[in-house]
Write a protein that binds this ligand. Structure first.
Ligand SMILES: C[S@@+](CC[C@H](N)C(=O)[O-])C[C@H]1O[C@@H](n2cnc3c(N)ncnc32)[C@H](O)[C@@H]1O
Length: 196
């Protein structure tokens, strides 16, 4: 781990990665959102204000970088792997990024009423893909993918009009029909939605 300055940490993919141990850096390309995508998603979600939830927050890359950019908005992450949550909190404390909060656990147990807007980087896909897994600690199955996807669809569907959602690499079938595409992103894989 490299203790670089806060501006280096929040300034690029490589700057961010360099704070973390080697095994986490090796997961970066495949599992953590690219820097440029985070900036665009954060710009969109921060316009809604309030509390943004990253569903499956990993080492906190989205929340930490978005929170640094928008200190008046709170970016929260829920993550089922406790070791990743510990690393996110380590970075939050080291760089004093106060407007973030990282919760260990499964998103299915979270009260969605506490959050206003959402970021989602296809977190449940690990249940369909047996290559490049983050670790071999969890059970993966198509059944879990369907269960989680249906539950998220229901939670998002219940949110009020005006709720903002940014999705990265997510199939349109995972988005409730009452969310309308608000902006076509420069990155093909990022989609920005607002609930009607
Ligand atoms: C593709 S990574 C994205 C990480 C982070 N959002 C980012 O953009 O850098 C997806 C993360 O979701 C987590 N995850 C998958 N299913 C989850 C669930 N049911 N509840 C909480 N976290 C979950 C995984 O452990 C993984 O860290």
């Amino acid at each position: 781990m490299e203790k670089i300055s806060r501006s280096e940490f929040t300034g690029s993919d490589t700057g961010f990665d360099s704070f973390f141990p080697q095994y986490i850096r090796e997961l970066s390309h495949r599992h953590w959102t690219p820097f440029s995508v985070i900036l665009e998603a954060a710009d969109f979600l921060a316009q809604g204000g309030g509390r943004v939830l990253d569903i499956g927050s990993g080492i906190g890359k989205f929340c930490l970088l978005a929170a640094h950019r928008y200190p008046e908005v709170t970016f929260c992450g829920v993550e089922q792997r406790e070791d990743l949550v510990e690393l996110a909190i380590l970075a939050k404390d080291f760089y004093k990024i106060e407007n973030t909060d990282f919760l260990p656990g499964n998103f299915k147990d979270l009260n969605f009423d506490l959050y206003d807007h959402f970021y989602f980087y296809n977190s449940f896909f690990e249940n369909l893909d047996d290559t490049d897994a983050i670790d071999s600690e969890l059970d993966y199955s198509r059944g879990l993918y369907t269960l989680y996807s249906n539950l998220l669809l229901k939670q998002l569907d219940a949110k009020p009009s005006g709720t903002r959602l940014a999705t990265f690499d997510v199939n349109i079938s995972q988005i409730p029909g009452n969310y309308k595409l608000a902006k076509i992103s420069k990155s093909d894989h990022l989609k920005l939605w607002i609930k009607h």
